[in-house]
Design a protein around this ligand. Structure first.
Ligand SMILES: [Zn+2]
Ligand SMILES: [Zn+2]
Length: 773
């Protein structure tokens, strides 16, 4: 890293032999503004070159065909059954990233743009298909090249190829357009998550024609820090130079620092304010970027600077979410036959809740509940493609407001789309659907090792996805738990031997479900090992406060659908929850019924931020008290709001809601309910509704009131993700898209008169039972 410090205006370097004192203060993020006197920059696309029909005829060479001007149109005619091409050699220099063709489309056929370098090597190829087009209608066709911007500087030939059925082609204009670098990056007044590879940080655009500045109160020992990264595809391929000036209120520059901004990767920079700078009181920090060598516009993403004090023992809060992790797949749980030495150790040192239930059976809905402290019936995120409302205060925002640095390292791409990024200054998510925990952990460690948070309070969310299907643990975890009875797991003769089990698509040849279950166990142990190594290398992460919580569980081959979690069942809802660290009392295993919705409130309280507004109840409150005998009822909403569940004590009620799925699926009768007695039937095989009508009436009434009291109307959003990449990635993980919610309470119609609503009316509150067990 190049770092030049110039001391200007006659100031002398203060003797810095003594380290600056610890400066315990609540860090804060500063607001970036465009420097005064800098004109507003238009972000309209710039026309780099335009050819009219005459220019086209002069500059474009037709291979095999003939070209002539007819009226104001360049008409190229190709012989029947002949493939034609037009070639342009005179490519404009400069930052174009769109090519527009004004043309009469051919009735049928294909048009392909081939961009080549001087050697004839193809750098980019794009196609447009025509089918039953109206050749009399003029069209503007645009080839978007923003994604290949980086390679366009080497383009020296553009060739348009036509399939042989095109015949005649009429072109009225060709334009090379460039979007301005400022428009590639968020506006300084609205910083937003900006991706460099899979590393996202909240940033805004700084460009060589738009310096930015911010003001702050200088104190000796204060750290002034920011992150910067140049986007791929700047014409000048060198790392642009960023200058940071500290200016006093008379306009004098007191110090100047220079940094090289790396392309497509983030760099964290930090400058300590010394005693001489601190004398100035209020300082303006001006950040500017040098133009490219040939005078081209350069740009970089800049995170809003932060000013933080230094703490010798900054607090650390680690939120670990383990995707698809069943509560019984923990070494310390009674039924478990799996090794989780790391989680066992944490549970022994802190508190492990053996009866924690999820708010939903899918990833984003459950995570939004953890992050906002609200149930699914209120936040309304019922599938992975619905973003949470920005109106929520997130857990990350609550910690950020108290001066914490906030990092999120995620193992599934769809989590990063859900509005869950709100409040995180850094977030990494995979550039494919999902990734192994070791990859995500490596990224988190890179961030921890850059030193920028060593003396700052830190809130980290690490999402682990190993237990999610497909279960493919690496050796030796793939064979660690395989049954050793000598059976061939793929022996067709064994099909059906362990019951009617549907094998997952990734193990379709396997006939022994124990084999697939052993892979799941292998993933749990593999993940536990990766986590143990992370904590071993970074003791800071578990020193103060750590929570390990599942988002939802999984059906294996006990409940269905097998090896999947699409549906509310006792095993998709029962999840691990462990709290550990010096802020957590050592209580071991506790059996009180709790839900993941209260994790956020508990973390804030334990971190000493009890005064921070955030919904929920501290999970540790009342644990010492004698049980009141009043059992708690816990509710959940299934993906797409297809069903809801209520659990109290031994009773588990599952309620059909008719759902809101786009695709027509198998539908059970409207508002049907089923009831299970978990004491007698833990795997929910026998519906005992007929014999326990009073219990069902009571639980259903509670569940319906819970749904009707929903505050979802306050948080509704219709901003669904419907782009192809999202849907494809979700489909790859076995999810189907959600559907829009109506304006009113979307979960249940209180006036419904179906046979179930007639038979089990909500009734009055005094009709409820006091207690059933
Ligand atoms: Zn999940
Ligand atoms: Zn009904």
């Amino acid at each position: 890293m190049r770092l030049i410090v110039l001391i200007l205006a006659g100031l002398t370097l203060a003797a810095c032999a003594d380290p600056l004192p610890e400066l315990r203060m609540q860090g804060k993020q500063l607001t970036l503004q465009v420097c005064k006197g800098v004109d507003e920059i238009s972000t309209e696309p710039i026309v780099l070159r335009h050819w009219d029909s005459e220019g086209i005829l002069a500059s474009w060479k037709a291979h095999k065909g003939t070209g002539r001007i007819r009226s104001t149109r360049a008409v190229f005619t190709f012989e029947e059954e002949e493939q034609g091409s037009l070639e342009l050699r005179d490519i404009p220099q400069g930052a174009y990233d769109r090519i527009r063709l004004d043309m009469r489309p051919p009735r049928d056929g294909r048009l392909q743009l081939d961009l080549q370098d001087s050697e004839g090597k193809t750098l980019h190829r794009a196609s447009i298909y025509f089918g039953r087009s109206d050749p009399d209608q003029l069209k503007n066709l645009e080839f978007p090249l923003q994604k290949v911007r980086k390679s366009l500087g080497d383009v020296s030939r553009a060739i348009l190829h036509f399939s042989k059925d095109v015949g005649t082609l009429t072109i009225t204009g060709i334009t090379f357009l460039g979007t301005t670098p400022e428009s590639w990056l968020p506006d300084p007044e609205a910083p937003a998550m900006t991706a460099m590879g899979s590393d996202h940080r909240v940033a805004a655009g700084l460009s060589s024609r738009r310096p930015l500045e911010t003001k702050f109160e200088a104190q000796a020992g204060l750290n002034f820090s920011f992150n910067c990264a140049a986007p791929d595809g700047l014409r000048d391929n060198s790392d642009p130079d960023l200058t940071l000036e500290f200016i006093d209120d008379t306009g004098r520059t007191l110090a100047e620092h220079e940094f090289a901004v790396p392309v497509n990767s983030w760099r964290s920079e930090q400058v300590t304010i010394d005693a001489s700078l601190a004398q100035a009181g209020t300082l303006t920090a001006r950040l500017s970027l040098a133009p490219g060598r040939r005078g081209t516009i350069t740009a970089c993403a800049l995170t809003p600077p932060r000013v933080d004090g230094r703490q010798s023992d900054p607090r650390t809060v680690l939120l670990l979410t383990s995707d698809t992790h069943r509560a019984d797949y923990l070494g310390f749980m009674e039924r478990a036959e799996v090794d989780t030495p790391t989680l066992d150790r944490l549970a022994r040192a802190g508190v492990a809740f053996t009866d924690c239930w999820a708010a939903a059976n899918v990833t984003n809905p459950a995570h939004i509940s953890i992050m906002t402290g609200t149930g699914v019936q209120d936040h309304g995120v019922v599938s992975n493609d619905i973003p949470a409302s920005p109106k929520f205060l997130t857990l990350a925002e609550a910690f950020a407001e108290k001066g914490y640095r906030t990092f999120a390292a995620l193992s599934a791409a769809h989590l990063a789309w859900g509005g869950i990024e709100q409040g995180f200054e850094r977030m990494s998510s995979p550039d494919r659907a999902a990734r192994d925990s070791s990859e995500t952990i490596a990224i988190l460690e890179e961030w921890l090792q850059d030193g920028s948070t060593d003396d700052k309070p830190l809130f980290v969310w690490l999402h682990l996805f190993d237990a999610h299907g497909a279960y493919r643990p690496p050796p030796p975890y793939d064979t660690m738990y395989q049954p050793d009875d000598g059976e061939d797991p793929k022996d067709p003769a064994n099909a059906g031997r362990w019951g009617e089990v549907t094998m997952p698509s990734w193990c379709s040849q396997v006939t022994d479900p124990r084999y697939v279950e052993a892979l799941y166990r292998g993933e749990v142990t593999y993940q536990d090992n990766a986590l143990g190594e992370l904590l071993g290398r970074h003791p800071r992460l578990e020193r103060d406060l750590l929570v390990f919580v599942g988002d939802h569980g999984e059906n294996l081959y006990d409940q269905g659908p097998h090896f999947d979690h699409s549906g509310l069942t006792t095993v998709t809802q029962h999840i691990p929850l462990i709290l550990a660290g010096s802020r957590v009392p050592s209580m071991g295993l506790v059996q009180q019924p709790v839900t993941q919705v209260n994790v956020g409130r508990t973390l804030l309280d334990l971190a000493g931020l009890g005064g921070t507004e955030f919904p929920g109840t501290n999970l540790l409150l009342g644990l010492d008290a004698e049980p009141t005998g009043e059992p708690v009822t816990r509710f959940a909403l299934q993906a797409h709001a297809l069903k809801a569940s209520a659990k109290r004590g031994r009773w588990y009620l599952n309620h059909n809601l008719y759902g809101r799925q786009r695709s027509e699926g198998v539908r059970v009768p409207n508002h049907e309910i089923v009831l299970f007695d978990l004491d007698a039937d833990p795997d929910c095989k026998v519906n005992v509704l007929e014999d326990n009508r009073e219990i069902a009436l009571d639980l259903r009434a509670q569940l319906l009131r819970w749904l009707m009291d929903s505050r979802v109307a306050e948080y509704l959003t219709s901003d669904y993700r419907t782009d192809e990449a999202t849907l494809k990635a979700l489909a790859g993980l076995g999810y189907s898209p959600g559907s829009a919610l109506p304006d009113n309470n979307p979960w249940i119609d209180p006036e419904c008169a179906c046979e179930w609503c007639e038979a089990y009316p909500v009734g009055k509150r005094d009709g409820e039972l006091d207690s059933e067990d």
